[in-house]
Design a protein around this ligand. Structure first.
Ligand SMILES: [Zn+2]
Length: 232
């Protein structure tokens, strides 16, 4: 009998331990819940950071104050007889198709070029202005508002495209109008808008488009920001 009672007591103790354990678990769960939420938040934060990192990785700022890293590598592919970054090819193709549906023929005049070509373009431009009567210093200054220094041109990233058609100049205006209205849907932005020349330090270029990704392009369009403003 005593033994039985002890057994009963033992069972009761077990029960108590169990209840305590459950209460502890509930307590821990409550704390744990907060911890879970925190870790979920941490995860979200991580995702955001990763996302931002991705976006930032995608949005490379290249201008005279931000030259391309020396070891910058771009994977190129050909589109419309021009070399462009592989990164932009899908959206570029879509954009071409949709423009066509709207009766607009997109045409690439220049896309990727390397440092050497960039230098040649700059030299030619300086020469041109010098031949027009500017001093070498003035010619260089003027040329640099239109042509970037080698290493500082977006064209070296393969992400920039000059849309124009030298053999059919009458196509240019409709092309630029269409692009200004629609390019953001495909992740392209007008890089040097008329009203931002003081910020970009580059004269207005209706033809120069830069791929930044769809989300960014949309946001920039909504905020009416150029890349320098957007990344500031
Ligand atoms: Zn350009």
């Amino acid at each position: 009998m005593k033994h039985k009672k002890r057994k009963k007591n033992h069972k009761f103790t077990k029960f108590l331990i169990l209840v305590t354990f459950i209460i502890m678990i509930i307590g821990l769960y409550k704390t744990g819940k907060i911890t879970t939420e925190v870790s979920a938040n941490a995860e979200e934060v991580n995702n955001v950071i990763e996302k931002e990192y991705e976006v930032e990785e995608e949005i490379l700022l290249v201008n005279k104050y931000n030259p391309l890293p020396e070891d910058y590598k771009v994977e190129l592919t050909e589109y419309d007889n021009h070399l462009v970054s592989k990164e932009i090819i899908d959206e570029l193709e879509k954009m071409y198709k949709d423009a066509k549906k709207d009766g607009v023929n997109l045409n690439i005049n220049t896309a990727y070029r390397d440092k050497k070509e960039q230098q040649e373009i700059l030299d030619r431009r300086i020469k041109l202005y010098a031949s027009e009567g500017l001093t070498q210093k003035e010619a260089k200054k003027k040329a640099l508002t239109e042509v970037q220094l080698p290493g500082c041109s977006e064209h070296e990233t393969g992400l920039a495209i000059d849309f124009s058609n030298p053999s059919k100049p009458e196509d240019n205006e409709p092309m630029w109008i269409w692009l200004e209205e629609n390019s953001y849907k495909y992740g392209f932005i007008l890089r040097y808008p008329k009203d931002k020349t003081e910020i970009t330090n580059v004269s207005n270029e209706d033809w120069h488009y830069r791929y930044v990704g769809k989300e960014t392009a949309k946001e920039m369009k909504e905020k009416n920001e150029c890349l320098e403003e957007y990344l500031a």
